[in-house]
Ligand binder design. Sequence first.
Ligand code: IMP
Length: 427
Amino acid sequence: MNKRVVIIGTQWGDEGKGKITDYLANQADVVVRSQGGNNAGHTIIFNNNKFALHLIPSGIFNPNIINIMANGMVINPQALLQEIDALKTRGITDFKLYISDRAHVVMPYHIDLDGLFEDIKGENAVGTTKKGIGPAYADKVSRIGIRMSDLLDENTLGKKLEVSLEFANILLSAKNCKIYTKEELLAVYLEYGRDLKKYICDTSMLLNKEIDFGKNILFEGAQGSMLCIDHGTYPYVTSSSPTSASIPLNTGIAPNLINEVIGVTKAYTTRVGEGVFPTEFIDDVSDTIRKIGKEYGTTTGRPRRIGWLDMVVLKHVKRINGLTGLGIMLLDVLTGVEKIKICTSYSLDGKEIDYIPADYEQYKRCVPIFEEYPGWKENITKVRSFDELPENCKNYLRNIEKKSEVNIAIFSVGPDREQTVMLKNIF
Ligand code: IMP
């Protein structure tokens, strides 16, 4: 049966979605990236070569797979061309890539404004990746954004640049930052347009056609649901919605076409950037987890903050995404941890709650209430079925299922493809 499968992150990003996407991509006919830009990043090992993808979908290594960068994305054309070149110089020349004509363009002034806004926010800074993502989306909703199709027409691009630049330069000049002229950008961005023209099309029409042909479609996630502009820990979020709900809008398909939503969850939790993180802990155990799990940002290299698994978060994310299965990642990293904790609820001003308060100050005051589980010492990296897991590890997983009310579809015991155990057929 053909299927439309969504991979989403259930935490604050970096859950290991790349590995699951890479694993499932080979069973898909089309791989679609729907939102965000080069703030995302994952590493794929292909033919013993390491590739860092920030914008291009993970199906790119298979010449039979159609890869779509959909309308909900914000694309830095310079970064995209560098990514394409990096693939080509390492022999990946036979690929199918399509870019939505409606996707928005990240311009250099967006990157400058991203830094400027962070400076102005001072100690309340979001800790963005400084890739210009927020300002590019801000221009989109302000209706002054530049879209991929605009790069293909000198007149259109010129007119749009005049308007966008007027707004950007007012802000930049007020803070004595570099301002931009239409002339310096026009030629460069038209050239990017010429280089990318062969990939740009109406990807919604293409995708719907593939669906009509009965093809398997994989929507690969970027960021995590807790970074959602609507349902995340606002204002410490990204500027798009990394949820299954956003897929139809961001790709141009009908909502009832999605039939599987896999929530990728680390066996613990991490977060990069600022913002409340109730289950965060800093001690020898978190240092060991960071070291063994190689918990450093793919895009910025920043050390990730470490916390325990949070069921209040997971249940919130299940609710807004309609999860049909969980992918539990980096289970092997917990080997040797004596006592593993799961947060089951919060205490807010002395009252027990099981939801995430909208008020950020209230969320900051939430103290996690934990249950503790005995850990395991056995090496699990060669485990290839649920039954082979140590009893305490099985117990930990069963409790995650029981508490989240979502079945585990996949678990992962190491970075390699073979270290992935499927408990359910996804496609
Ligand atoms: P922005 O998306 O660059 O605007 O950053 C906003 C917030 O989202 C910051 O806390 C970033 O660290 C976080 N963020 C953005 N993309 C990712 C990602 O791919 N993984 C993890 N965190 C991310």
